[in-house]
Design a protein around this ligand. Sequence first.
Ligand code: PEP
Ligand code: MN
Length: 346
Amino acid sequence: MIISMRLHATREEIDGVRARIEEFGYRVHSIDGEERVVIGVVGVGDVTACLESLEAMPGVDRAVRISAPYKFVSLEFRPTKTEITVGDVTIGGDEFVMMAGPCSVESERQILESAEIVARGGAKILRGGAFKPRTSPYDFQGLELEGLKLLDKARRVTGLKIITEVMSDRDVDMVAEYADILQIGARNMQNFSLLKTLGKCGRPILLKRGMSSTVKELLMSAEYVVAHGNPQVMLCERGIRTFETVTRNTCDIAAVAALNELTHLPVILDPSHATGKRSLVPALARAGVAIGADGLIVEMHPHPEKAVSDGAQSLDPKQFAQMMRDLQPYIELWKSSRVKETASAV
Ligand code: PEP
Ligand code: MN
């Protein structure tokens, strides 16, 4: 923190500020200028409380934070990307990782069929919600435990890893028993008791950006999980809410590049929820590869017209296979630039 005193602040005011800083457990480095005193504050503690307190003190002009409030997840803290390994799949390494499957787990037949289709297309991870965060309480809420068991069956049949959403801290243990990766949905990005519980769940987390959240708030939420003991977090851009109505959400594609400058955590793009329209998904998927995401999470349904949720944005099996083929040259370029980045980071 840097505390800039007002012009001609009195010695008493300056000493008061120094004393307050020390009460918070920080060390003081002051620079006496001709007219203005600037105080540098170093140490570890509750920066927000300290800043708020100092700003309210007589003689203080401005109090500003210098280092990022998200410490563990920042690129300064760890300059090389976090690699998250689930079985034979590594996210954040030199493979571009595809996660795909239906929005919701609906039946045994539907999830097994989906798993086979996405595996054939080259996906390594099967998505499917057993707990669904629906805007209306009258909409399908998910098969819950039965859905988790069906995902487990699909894993055994295909060898795919499983990602599925957990909505409540009450369900974390149950979902962690079945899932390889726990998904935290946009609506729960700032559910702080859930985030704290995830710190102890022993599974990697995919944390989706809240629909009205900033990139920094996303990083602060990731910091919760890491600070509570779980460093295996990946972030997901899934579009934010704006005045635009042509797409379901507005994909903040630059957030992927911005996150890569700010954090070492892997970044995943969800082109399905970002657009809400299956016709737009392949183009946005290409953009995700090009801009340096570590992977994609895409909705695919064997019969989108029969889907109980998000049918309009789900690719059908042919479209999924086509998208995967079309992405190949982009993924090759992605791989060669990733090798160069890794070499220059070493
Ligand atoms: C989902 O992945 O189906 C979902 C509900 O996503 P989001 O939380 O991004 O809306
Ligand atoms: Mn969905």
